[in-house]
Write a protein that binds this ligand. Structure first.
Ligand SMILES: Nc1ncnc2c1ncn2[C@@H]1O[C@H](COP(=O)(O)OP(=O)(O)OP(=O)(O)O)[C@@H](O)[C@H]1O
Ligand SMILES: [Mg+2]
Length: 290
């Protein structure tokens, strides 16, 4: 990796070092270091099963990493999901996790409970002092629905939203905890091209609000348009990291996606023979439909 000079104002929002996660004999994530700086959108890519979601689970306290540590704005985080959220890291899930039978607005309100001192039980039991906090929470939640383009559907049940809007609602709910870092696990999975472009705009707008973003996605064009930096995981290891255009052209990345030549794979000579045979077959069938 080339050394980059960081501007003096640039501070690490996320600093994960040596993160390893083993499941029995399987090492899903192996010694991964990753930083995300203020104002950055960083991409995390890699083939299926590379360990991307597992890495997110280690960052957010869902898994206790076998080794390594995760720091947010200079403070090492305990691996407990509610403490991680409270510290300022929010996430969305690869498999959408909404409260299907709650309204869109209620889903966002649930996301706010880590930021209101009354807390979830107070909200559910409607204890004194709850009313003012509730009013403020509703206003903030509606702002977030405006921001994500869902305000008109505030009273709809989450389960009745089309898929693309459910993904947006997950983002709105994550933003409700007022994070400094947002982790997105495949935010455009299942979206059509227009929805994907809208998601791109939304993520830029989130960054412009001062929230750093780390995003997992298989859609390489989306990643390359969006990200300042991209890290590539293959079999649990970070093999390359750098600016999008550098990563895109890296032969190790291309090999990881296309597959390494396997032992006994046809060499140049065999390939030339096949090509010659194809050319011959083609010339004898010339004039036929292609
Ligand atoms: N809780 C678990 N117990 C055992 N193995 C697990 C667990 N979670 C993940 N794994 C394994 O860890 C590896 C990495 O999985 P992970 O879901 O992190 O990959 P991914 O990069 O997110 O893949 P995809 O792009 O398909 O979402 C896989 O081999 C998976 O089977
Ligand atoms: Mg995954």
């Amino acid at each position: 990796m080339t050394t980059t000079t960081t501007a003096p104002t640039s501070t690490a929002v996320l600093d994960a070092s040596g993160v390893t996660m083993r499941f029995g004999g399987l090492t899903a994530v192996r010694g991964v270091d990753l930083t995300v700086n203020t104002g950055e959108i960083v991409g995390l890519i890699g083939p299926n099963g590379a360990g991307k979601t597992t890495f997110f689970n280690c960052l957010t306290g869902l898994y206790v990493p076998t080794e390594g540590k995760v720091a947010y704005k200079g403070t090492v985080l305990p691996p407990k999901p509610h403490l991680v959220t409270q510290a300022g890291i929010a996430r969305t899930f690869q498999n959408i996790r909404l409260f299907a039978n709650m309204t869109v607005l209620e889903n966002v309100l649930v996301g706010r409970h880590t930021r209101t001192k009354e807390g979830l039980w107070s909200a559910l039991l409607r204890l004194p002092g709850f009313k003012k906090a509730e009013q403020e929470s509703r206003e903030r939640a509606m702002e977030l629905l405006e921001f994500t383009g869902l305000a008109a559907k505030a009273d709809h049940l989450a389960r009745n939203l089309p898929y693309g809007e459910q993904r947006k609602l997950e983002i709105a709910r994550a933003l409700a905890s007022e994070p400094g870092l947002l982790l997105l696990d495949e935010p455009t999975a299942g979206m059509n091209p227009q929805e994907t472009r809208a998601a791109e705009e939304l993520i830029f707008a989130i960054r412009d609000k001062g929230i750093a973003v780390l995003v997992i996605e298989h859609d390489i064009r989306f990643i390359m348009n969006l990200c300042d930096r991209v890290a590539v995981l293959v079999q649990g290891e970070k093999i390359v990291e750098g600016p999008a255009e550098v990563v895109q052209a890296d032969e190790r990345v291309i090999a990881a996606y296309l597959g390494e030549p396997f032992e006994g794979a046809p060499g140049k000579e065999e390939a030339a023979e096949v090509e010659a045979a194809e050319a011959e077959a083609h010339s004898t069938t010339e004039g036929d439909d292609k």
